[in-house]
Design a protein around this ligand. Sequence first.
Ligand code: GLP
Length: 251
Amino acid sequence: MTIKPPATRLFSTAQEASVAVATEIANLIKSSSEPVVLGLATGGTPLKLYAELIRLHRVEGLSFKNVITFNLDEYLGIPPQHPLSYWTFMHQHLFDHIDVPASQIHIPNGSLAESDQEQGCAAFEDAITEVGGIDLQVLGIGLNGHIGFNEPGSPPDTRTRVIELSESTAQRAASDFGGMENVPKQAITMGVATILDAKSIAMLAFGESKTAIIRRALNESITAEVPATYLQQHDDTTYYLDEAAATGVPF
Ligand code: GLP
């Protein structure tokens, strides 16, 4: 396999970068007669992208009927209807406003009993394989370099699985959950290998809080300590950065 380092695209604002990613997605949908398989992320970063996809649907008639989605991750131990679940996030910020059929939406099930989790993770992987793999995976990056919930230390051959949230990830979620004690201890996440199997990857990072980790993700040699460095092994990854996140990244 030829290794092509990640491409970087610099935009003045997060809005412009988000419109560029939305345009990529719209072109993929419009040019394909086959169902388009999208991998989707949560967090603050993709909100402008989702707003633009909703606008394209409402104003320009872009249809998502031929789209299948897989979300990267979900907190474990909370029901889908929990206000802070990623299921709720995705429905509030995207799915309730477009015409993707509910049967084509896949989000890891965070309410599985422990005895069903292994089988549930395997079924999630099988569902991706059955539809021919992910065409475009949207990613954000954690401040510690995590992708999905693949926390530092995650090996490159990992598949969808249960993972313990790192201290720094839990701390970041603490204000939303009303204190550290309420933050789920675990999550289900696509693995590193699941993400690297995507045919193309769009990594979005905006704002100065992401500057340091973006530099490490792009410039450090591949290390489990910064899982985003694994993207250097992928031959079709593009980083969409605003000026703040890109400070110090050579173009
Ligand atoms: C969470 C999600 C990740 C996301 C990251 C960054 O931990 N599991 O998928 O990329 O946060 O979030 P934000 O975009 O809010 O910075």
